[in-house]
Design a protein around this ligand. Structure first.
Ligand code: ATP
Length: 893
């Protein structure tokens, strides 16, 4: 079907829909069954079996399995079966981890799935894009990513960027008229296509195709290279992994050679060597890191932050500056007009929120609105140049709810407080044209026709911007030329209102004589100022503390706002964001500066006011050139470049456009600044937790290798048999390491400076800790083994059981030390319940393989006495407590 060649009526008929009321739920359900969900097929997914098999493809695991097979053939059935069982359990565990990570990443994708505004059964609803069907009537607006193919039925300044489909990066102006001839996708100006982006204006359309039937669906196979990005840390770990594998292998080979040289059985040494290699090679590290990242991501979701790009989790921990929008992010964006100024008089308005009840006072006396025409006209004009709606919603807690922009909502409410109703006003004035608000122009205009057929424009906008465009002012009921004196008075009032942290909107009009062009630049000049309305927008209560927390964490908060300089400054003071010597810069100064000039001053600036979204990019660049890691918030289409350029682009979940969200790496579900703080805290903690289990795992591995190596050097028997080594790898290393990934943040995590992004994995003495603890674990295990061997020289199984238990216990004690940057003494061991549980289960499993008789031959263990445990516990506590004590001692000195 060539939809672009059909008239709107024909499209309506052909899609069997109704322009006035849309589809019914029943129709929609049927169509959803018929056409399927509105989604592009994703490429082939890895099957579960494949993921499972991949767990065993590791080279050393294959060698181990082969070696075990040989030992099975040689008659060592018990060992062979036990080893294979352990390898399989290990594989299943890996499989489970990988699936879990994948699932949570998938869930994340769904969380940030786009919504569409759809007409169903006569009312507008927000639906997930996947539930939209052909025939649905949809609304689109600036910032939307279009969710299906549409035949446009209404367009107002609608520009769509279609590069995803046509490669053409300039936005195309869309319209609703029929087109003729055979046209390429790029020329079908009355159609909008799935995956393209509205850069300006708004419109409506009928869905003509969904899912794989769309133009995008036709080329979808080109896009199916959905690759998951790995984070810098994962990449670093992969490189490190290679070095570790080689080191572990070389040491293992050394152990085997030494063993054989000392007269051990060649075959036994080979099996021990392979087991050691399997245990000591941290091949699972990248996988556990992914699990830890995805667990952290889930935690962030619970705190209202959705991570869209995994690397952001790490970068968050490095953030040194957060640039945040004011309105809605630091403030509540619940605007209420409290002051109105016109004809030289400043009125007070009572009432709170969006409830349309309140009174007007002038110098403490209630105002009689009947005798005050200019005031009422000012309020009426505010209501006409407006797209917001206040609804009384019985289902809603707050009862009065706003649809639309809060600034405009406040103007509707102030007008309703004076008894005005929009429907009534529209009987007297019909709106013929609108020039929508945008943050660069900072104003909005409607052209209206009154009862007498006269046209005039009503403009509202930022007062300093609007006053510049006014040459007249209303005074005692009529327009007169604005004198310098008048202008000074107005500007003084604007400053006065702004210094009370009020957002001010000026309202002006312009009569348009017959034959006047309705061009924006002709209309929006030489206006007549009617007056001002000042509205409060209270700060969000939690933001002040969040800013203070960031400060303590070495993170500077910068406010960026389109609002008036003085308003911004007043709110910054309330939030304690602006220090004594902190500077405020406005958009004008900013636009005069180059990035490098800004770079020289940017450290001292805490507030950027009256800025346009375009300025944000400059701010990000200047900060980055100073070496900062910058988080930048935004919601509109124009914010996207700055969001993309920032190290952490943050988009608003509620007020954000699809375009801003897609450019971002973090989405704030509640638009709240405090959520950024929470995300940074989580980001820091996830990184610390990853360091914790790297430390634990590597120190354990060092201990395992060294005990074997030293034993061979000293010509001792094997302190651990292969199955014990594998058991340690599975049980002792596995569970507690996972639990470390869940460790709650150390209380000082937000008291430290941000981490440098160039920091290596082993920075901050991590490398030293791994080597020293690992060395000690190896040594104490060896000593325990030698003592036991000395006591019962004939009983090797006894000595091996002691060595095995000492190694396990030393690691299980050491795991608590890993929880703190300082030492084991600095944290309550019970504050991580998962870890306590993991350790208890590991201990129980250890006791199981020692005391459950049928397992003894499999694990080469024997019963131990109470005094044996004294030796084991005494020895295993040394690596952790000796060094903790040493540090305590040296620190005090
Ligand atoms: P931020 O979210 O960055 O703090 P903001 O919401 O204060 O910014 P803009 O939305 O760009 O910034 O608004 C800039 C100025 O334009 C406001 O201070 C206000 O005076 C004026 N303004 C805001 N909304 C409207 C509107 N709907 N119509 C007319 N003027 C508006």
């Amino acid at each position: 079907m060539k939809w672009y060649q059909l008239s709107i009526k024909e499209v309506e008929k052909n899609t069997n829909t109704d322009l006035a009321s849309g589809l019914s739920e029943k129709q929609a359900k049927k169509r959803l069954q018929q056409y399927g969900p509105n989604q592009l097929d994703e490429g082939e997914k890895k099957s579960a079996l494949l993921i499972l098999l991949e767990q065993f493809k590791d080279f050393m695991v294959v060698v181990l399995l082969a070696a075990t097979l040989i030992s099975g053939l040689l008659g060592e059935y018990m060992d062979a079966i036990a080893i294979i069982a352990i390898v399989i359990i290990n594989g299943i565990l890996g499989f489970y981890q990988e699936r879990k990570a994948e699932k949570s990443l998938q869930a994340l994708k769904e969380l940030s799935a786009p919504l569409m505004q759809v007409m169903r059964e006569g009312s507008w609803v927000n639906l997930l894009a996947k539930d939209v069907v052909p025939g649905d009537i949809v609304k689109i607006k600036s910032g939307d990513r279009i969710g299906a193919d549409l035949r446009i039925i209404k367009a107002s300044g609608l520009h769509i960027e279609e590069s995803a489909l046509t490669g053409e990066s300039l936005p195309v102006l869309k319209q609703e008229n029929v087109l003729t001839g055979k046209l390429e996708v790029g020329d079908r100006t009355n159609m909008a296509f799935m995956g393209t982006m509205v850069t300006q204006g708004s419109g409506m359309g009928i869905v003509t195709a969904t899912g794989m039937d769309t133009e995008m669906g036709k080329i979808a196979h080109l896009l199916q290279s959905a690759q998951t990005l790995s984070t810098p840390l994962q990449r670093k770990l992969e490189q490190l992994g290679k070095i570790l594998i080689i080191t572990a292998l070389m040491l293992t080979v050394l152990v085997v050679i030494l063993g054989v040289y000392q007269g051990h059985d060649m075959y036994k040494m080979f099996l021990a060597g392979v087991s050691l290699a399997v245990a000591a090679i941290p091949e699972g590290l990248p996988a556990i890191v992914t699990v830890a990242l995805s667990l952290g991501v889930q935690k962030m979701i619970r705190r209202n932050a959705i991570v869209r790009k995994l690397p952001a989790v790490e970068t968050l921990g490095c953030a040194s500056v957060v640039c945040s929008d004011k309105t809605g992010t630091m403030t509540q964006n619940k605007m209420t007009v409290t002051r109105v100024w016109t004809e030289g008089k400043l009125y007070e308005v009572t009432g709170t929120g969006y409830e349309p009840t309140g009174k007007f006072y002038y110098r403490d006396n209630q105002v009689d609105l009947k005798t005050n025409k200019t005031l009422v006209d000012l309020l009426a004009f505010g209501m006409l140049c407006n797209n917001a709606e206040i609804r009384f919603d019985k289902k809603h807690d707050e009862q009065y709810v706003l649809d639309g922009d809060p600034t405009e909502g406040a103007l509707v409410v102030s007008a309703e407080k004076a008894g005005l109703k929009r429907n009534k006003l529209l009987e007297d004035y019909s709106i013929v044209k609108e020039f929508p608000f945008d943050s660069t122009r900072k104003m909005m205009t409607v052209i209206v026709k009154d009862r007498h057929g006269e046209y005039f424009a009503i403009c509202k906008g930022a007062p300093d911007v609007l006053v510049e465009r006014c040459h007249k002012i209303v005074s005692t009921g009529s327009a007169k030329t604005m004198s310098q004196m008048d202008e000074k008075k107005v500007l003084n009032t604007i400053s006065e209102l702004a210094s009370q942290a009020l957002r001010t909107i000026a309202i002006a009009y312009k009569p348009l004589p017959k034959g006047f062009s309705f061009k924006q630049e002709d209309v929006e000049c030489e206006l007549t100022l009617m007056g001002l309305q000042g509205m409060i927008d209270p700060p969000r209560p939690e933001v002040k503390k969040a800013i203070e927390d960031c400060r303590q964490a070495g993170i500077k908060t910068v406010m960026i706002t389109g609002d008036h300089v003085i308003t911004a400054k007043a709110i910054a003071k309330q939030l304690n964001l602006l220090p004594e010597d902190g500077k405020v810069m406005d958009g004008y100064q900013l636009s005069q500066m180059s990035v490098s000039e800004l770079e020289d001053e940017v450290e001292d600036i805490y507030v950027f006011a009256r800025v346009s979204p375009e300025h944000k990019l400059k701010i990000v660049q200047a900060l980055q050139q100073r070496g900062h890691i910058v988080a930048m918030t935004g919601d509109g289409v124009n914010d996207a470049p700055a969001i993309k350029a920032a190290n952490i682009g943050v988009a608003m979940g509620i007020s954000g456009t699809d375009v801003a969200k897609e450019a971002s790496s973090l989405v704030l579900v509640d638009d709240n600044f405090a959520t950024i703080r929470a995300a940074i805290e989580e980001g820091r903690n996830i990184y610390e937790n990853i360091r914790k289990f790297i430390r634990y795992l590597l120190a354990s591995n060092v201990g395992e290798i060294l005990v074997m190596l030293f034993a061979m050097l000293l010509a001792l028997p094997l302190p651990l048999v292969p199955i014990q080594i594998l058991w340690v790898n599975l049980v002792t290393d596995g569970l507690p390491a996972m639990a470390l990934g869940l460790d709650p943040a150390e209380e000082n995590v937000m008291k430290r400076k941000p981490r440098s992004p160039n920091e290596g994995i082993f920075a901050r003495r991590l490398g030293w800790k791994i080597v020293s603890r690992g060395f000690l674990i190896g040594i104490v295990t060896l000593i325990a083994f030698m003592i036991a061997l000395h006591e019962q020289p004939e009983n090797l199984v006894y000595a091996q059981t002691i060595a095995f238990s000492t190694l396990v216990m030393a690691q299980l004690i050491h795991v608590f030390d890993c929880r703190s940057e300082r030492s084991v003494l600095h944290r309550n061991p019970f504050s991580n319940f998962a870890l306590v549980l993991a350790v208890i289960s590991s201990v129980l499993l250890l006791l199981g393989v020692i005391y459950y008789e049928p397992l003894q031959p499999i694990f080469h263990t024997t019963f131990l006495q109470a005094r044996d445990w004294l030796l084991i516990l005494g020895m295993s506590a040394i690596p952790t407590f000796a060094l903790a004590g040493f540090h305590l001692f040296t620190r005090k000195k």
